[in-house]
Design a protein. Structure first.
Length: 159
């Protein structure tokens, strides 16, 4: 029977969080500006819509990207600590290292949730700016980080 350890699950979820977060940082469509020319309300179709991605460091997305970088740095630090706890036998049962992993993962989760909260809660903002693909990838990264935090809490409670 094949068993999956907690460390393998934590490494996979943290790696997925970092990959999705990097994808969201490297794509330029964190917010998409829609220039809507005409609507056809009878058919509920947009007559002409020109969607242009906004720049990488526009003022509306800079604070969000800075918080994403901070959250991904915490996830990377937690991943490094997880690799240390897997490879070094004396660190495997170290309670302070497990607590440090949980604290750093909590800090990364809070930072990523704050980054997502800075974006407007509605799907389309009043100024014609909607959330793009990068926001979706940042949300997936946040979910993976919170999931790894839940795994750390479960491991801490099961000791």
């Amino acid at each position: 029977m094949v068993t999956i350890s907690f460390h393998q699950v934590a490494i996979v979820t943290l790696s997925s969080a970092i990959i999705c977060g990097l994808i969201s940082l490297f794509t330029a469509d964190f917010f998409i500006k829609f220039d809507v020319v005409g609507f056809n309300f009878i058919k509920h179709k947009i007559g002409y819509c020109n969607a242009t991605p906004m720049g990488l460091f526009d003022s509306s997305a800079t604070a969000i990207k800075v918080l994403l970088i901070g959250g991904l740095s915490c996830a990377g630090c937690c991943l490094l600590l997880e690799f240390i706890s897997v490879t070094v036998h004396s660190a495997r049962e170290n309670a302070s290292l497990k607590a440090l992993c949980m604290i750093v993962c909590f800090a990364g989760s809070v930072t990523l949730v704050t980054a997502l909260a800075l974006a407007k809660p509605s799907s389309v903002r009043p100024d014609g700016v909607a959330r793009g693909y990068s926001f979706l990838m940042a949300a997936v990264s946040c979910v993976f980080t919170i999931e790894s935090l839940v795994f750390y809490v479960i491991q801490w409670r099961c000791q």
